[in-house]
Design a protein around this ligand. Sequence first.
Ligand SMILES: [Zn+2]
Length: 262
Amino acid sequence: MIVFASFVPHSPIIIPEVGKENLDKLSDTIKGFQSLEHEIYVAKPETIIVVSSHAEQREGSFTINQAPNFNINFKEFGDLLTNISFGNDIGFGYQVKELCEDYFPVMMTAQEKLDYGTGVPLFYLTKHLPTVKIVNIGYSNLSHEDHFKFGQIIRKQINRSGKRVAIVSSGDLSHKLQVDSPAGYSARAQEFDQKIIKLLNDKKIDDIINFDPELLKESGECGYRSLLVLLGIISELNYTPKQLSYQAPFGVGYLVENFEIR
Ligand SMILES: [Zn+2]
């Protein structure tokens, strides 16, 4: 049973020990995370699936991280305090791989330290869920349709498992919104962010799957494929998109979106 679904940003700047004086500029995003934290706690998930843009990637294959235990820290960003551990829902990962066999390859990886695309959202969302199990998924260079289909297969396994499962799709929108953006500036970056947000809020899933490839490439996003997997998971559910925040103080689009499942 899917009890929670969200799309969230993952800049390490959102972590207090990393962002420090920059945190003020991200207050809407942090409020968005806090509101999601409340929702996910109430939803009481047994497992959280995180689809991350920065999980290990393999050519022509999705990945599932099968390390038995996971660790989250942000040492490479100067945060020496954060240190969180979780168990992996390993059986879930194997079953998804099996279900995918007729469609596309799924490679098993084994990274105990979770990538920051997974770690930043979990830092906020698991404050009161210390024993929840994690499934850590990486997207691929396969087609948009395959990403959507991958989400549909994951949903099948969620239903078979009988568990209460939360979905966190992790990704940033355009990285080219300002002249001093990390990936350089694009005049079409705003257009990309606004279009994706509107399509999400209008539930126009087909238009998201068939999104203008040129604009997609131009935007320098990292969250689009995470989003496709999420939409594959929830597309047939009765859900209501709720935009909690959108900010881009450093030239990268941060969207916090909840998908209320009824
Ligand atoms: Zn990213």
